[in-house]
Design a protein around this ligand. Structure first.
Ligand SMILES: [Zn+2]
Length: 119
């Protein structure tokens, strides 16, 4: 994830997190980089057909799409735009800052940080 973020600078890197959810913990078993169709340093979007293909493949393996990750050159806090989109999904949002630890967030009556494990 971090390598992907560095490689795609200054555009935001993004991708999907495959794995399973156990209680309040997300267990990530696979990270799939996706094209940022916005090609922007401030936002990202993933093509819905490409996303669907990844979702199908995950389900075939008995896994699910837990959420997405994207890089933030300017810190680990979700942007206003991120928060706006987060409200409409139950996905985990992982943010890869330029420096420091990767953080995971979910929207539950507001943006909340959650625990995350890589399997
Ligand atoms: Zn963001």
């Amino acid at each position: 994830m971090r390598k992907d973020a560095q490689a795609r600078k200054p555009e935001e890197a993004c991708g999907l997190l495959i794995g399973r959810q156990e209680g309040d913990k997300a267990i990530v078993t696979e990270v799939v980089p996706m094209a940022n169709v916005s090609r922007s340093p401030e936002r990202f979007s993933i093509d819905s057909e490409e996303m669907y293909a990844v979702l199908q493949e995950a389900e075939d393996k008995g896994m699910t799409v837990l959420g997405s990750y994207h890089s933030h050159p300017s810190g680990h806090v979700p942007s206003c735009l991120d928060a706006k989109y987060m409200q409409h999904t139950s996905y985990v949002w992982m943010i890869v800052p330029d420096t420091g630890n990767v953080r995971a967030y979910v929207f539950q009556d507001g943006v909340k940080e959650m625990r995350m494990e890589e399997a």
